[in-house]
Each structure stands twice: as structure tokens, then as C-alpha cells.
Design a protein around this ligand. Structure first.
Ligand code: TYD
Length: 205
């Protein structure tokens, strides 16, 4: 039987540079001879599409609807028999996931009953716990500066007040989960290379 891969999650407020660091880590692991599968939430499935419509403001959803839709999307992401997280890990791939339940706890948890959002995600038998969560940390001011530089459109969660709230919520979530999950906060306001080398060290532990 193949050795199970590592399940690595990246989180961060918008503009933290997740995409760059995910690509660098994937390349690094492949150079080490590992098979790597990169994935993201919301997913590219029908449920992910519904979520993107809600995030862009194209359709209106309540926070509870959003929280439930993210859970549904996440369950399918875990158990999909073709390329689900569990299938890929079982096939020996390291799975790198751009956002996961920490985002639900931070974004939806700050707008409705956080315990309910936590229970749905953390107590669901079909939602796996990652081996490591890497949080790329930026202050909201640093994040807004990057967002404004790089993009034409802003999603509903991208304003400074909201980013402050979400970052605080991430910190609260990490405090609550510190004995349960392996969460590593990485200062993302440094050079790409410095951040990458910290991440390589953390993943290799
Ligand atoms: P997207 O632009 O797809 O990715 P990113 O901002 O990571 O580059 O946006 C995803 C948005 O979805 C982001 O604003 C956070 C939000 N989100 C939640 O609110 N809850 C969740 O559970 C997840 C996975 C994401």
C-alpha cells in the first residue's frame, strides 16, 4: 500500500500571497520526488459555483446559508471518489488546499453563531483534519494595499474593517483550536523567498 500523503492547508486574509506560496511549495515538494495535488475552496463544482455567486454579490444568501453551503462543498471536496482529498491522500499525493474550514470559522463564524459553524465543520465525520494549517499573516492595512495594487474587482469581504474583523476572528479560532489542530502563523510581510523557506521548514517537521 502507498504511504498516505500529507494534508496541508493554507489560510490567510485576502492578499496574503497564498497562491504564490502554494505554487512554490508544490514545486519544491515535486522536486523532492513527491506527488502533489493542489486544490482550493470554494471548489470548482456546482456547489463552489453557488458560493462564488454569493461571494461576488450576484446572488444574495444569508450567513447561515453560506455556512451550510461551504460545509456541503467541503464534504464533497473530501469524499469525491474521483479527486477528493481523501482519495488523493490515499493514493499517496500530498494535498495542498487553498482555504479550508478555518475560513468558515473565521468568515461565517463572525457573522452568526460560531459554535454552530464550528460544530458543523469540526464534528463532521467526512471533513478531515489537516496535518498542518499555514496561516499567512498580514495586517489589514498591508492586505488592502496589496489588493488595491493587484486587482480590478473587490469581493464582498474585501474592505479594511471587514479584514480586521476576519483577522481577529482567525486569531480567536486558532486559540480555540490550538490543542486540536497544528496551526502555524507565518509573517507574510517579507520576501517571497523568506516566507517560502519558513514554510518548507514547517512542512518538513
Ligand atoms: P477566492 O477569491 O476564491 O480566493 P482567495 O481570496 O483565497 O484568493 O475567495 C474565496 C473567498 O471565500 C474569500 O473571501 C474567503 C471566502 N470563504 C469563506 O467565507 N468561507 C469559507 O469557508 C471559505 C473556504 C472561503
Amino acid at each position: 500500500m502507498k504511504e498516505r500523503g500529507k494534508f496541508i492547508v493554507f489560510e490567510g486574509i485576502d492578499g496574503a500571497g497564498k497562491t504564490t506560496q502554494i505554487n512554490l511549495l508544490a514545486n519544491y515538494l515535486r522536486e523532492q520526488g513527491r506527488a502533489v495535488y493542489c486544490t482550493a475552496e470554494p471548489t470548482e463544482t456546482v456547489s463552489g459555483g453557488l458560493l462564488r455567486d454569493a461571494l461576488s454579490g450576484a446572488s444574495r444568501r444569508t450567513i447561515c446559508e453560506m455556512a451550510a453551503m461551504f460545509v456541503f462543498d467541503r464534504i464533497n471536496h473530501n469524499v469525491n471518489p474521483v479527486n477528493g482529498i481523501q482519495k488523493m491522500l490515499g493514493d499517496g499525493f500530498d494535498v495542498i488546499c487553498d482555504r479550508y474550514y478555518y475560513s468558515s470559522l473565521a468568515y461565517q463564524g463572525s457573522g452568526t453563531d460560531p459554535e454552530w459553524v464550528g460544530n458543523m465543520n469540526l464534528n463532521c465525520p467526512e471533513i478531515m483534519r489537516p496535518d498542518i494549517c499555514i496561516f499567512l499573516d498580514l495586517t489589514p492595512e498591508q492586505s488592502m494595499a496589496r489588493i488595491n495594487r493587484g486587482r480590478a474587482t473587490q469581493e464582498i469581504y474585501e474592505n479594511e474593517e471587514k479584514l480586521t474583523q476576519v483577522r481577529n476572528q482567525f486569531y480567536r479560532v486558532f486559540e480555540d483550536l490550538k490543542d486540536r489542530d497544528n496551526i502555524q502563523v507565518v509573517d507574510a510581510y517579507r520576501s517571497v523567498e523568506e516566507i517560502h523557506s519558513d514554510i518548507v521548514e514547517l512542512v518538513g517537521r
